[in-house]
Design a protein around this ligand. Sequence first.
Ligand code: NI
Ligand code: MN
Length: 235
Amino acid sequence: MEGVKYLPHQVRWLGHASFAISTAAGKTVLIDPWLTGNPSCPVVAAELKGPDAILVTHDHGDHLGTDIPTLVKGEGTIVAVQPEVATVLKRSGVEDRNIVNMNIGGTVAIGDLKVTMTQAAHSAAAGSPCGFVLTLEDGKTIYHAGDTGLFESMTLVGEIYHLDLALLPIGSVFTMDPLQAAVALTLLRPAKVIPMHYGTFPTLVPAADGFVRLAREKAPGVEVVVLRPGGSLSL
Ligand code: NI
Ligand code: MN
């Protein structure tokens, strides 16, 4: 059954900050794969085993999760993390050959994919929180902000990478709220945005409608794509 959960040429939301991306050329990427214990995740880790890349924004349990040792397969999966997070992963049984160390500002190639680590304004137990810009084989760019508050240099991320898609937290309490995320769109200027990190727990903003309204008001040129967990957007 392996691989069937990666829908071809799609960005699939697995709930919270977890995404499964499948490129036109068939490469598969998981970002913040918190699957076990994620109340809105529609799949189990075994169904997603063996992606080409796994990107982790920080070591909080709702991002690092506990599934990465299960998801990694042979030599074929590369996990891109800061060295401090790599140490945590190695303790849980992930091998050196499956890890690429990187840090904020850096870009690594994983096959034909390019992974750039960006800053985030948040906290972490090990290392520092980050976001990622993923550049696909065809040049399309996807920005996963990680957990973050609003910061003005999001403007530079938009200027440098001309984002096709931004994945932004809107849930407040631990990250940007709907208003800040709508303002973030004016800095990042992506073609499309998928809101994330809301509705998972009772403390978070429960739904995306407030963000949709504010995004239309602040950044009318950005297409807002609201997914249900398990739903996907064609690349
Ligand atoms: Ni966090
Ligand atoms: Mn979080």
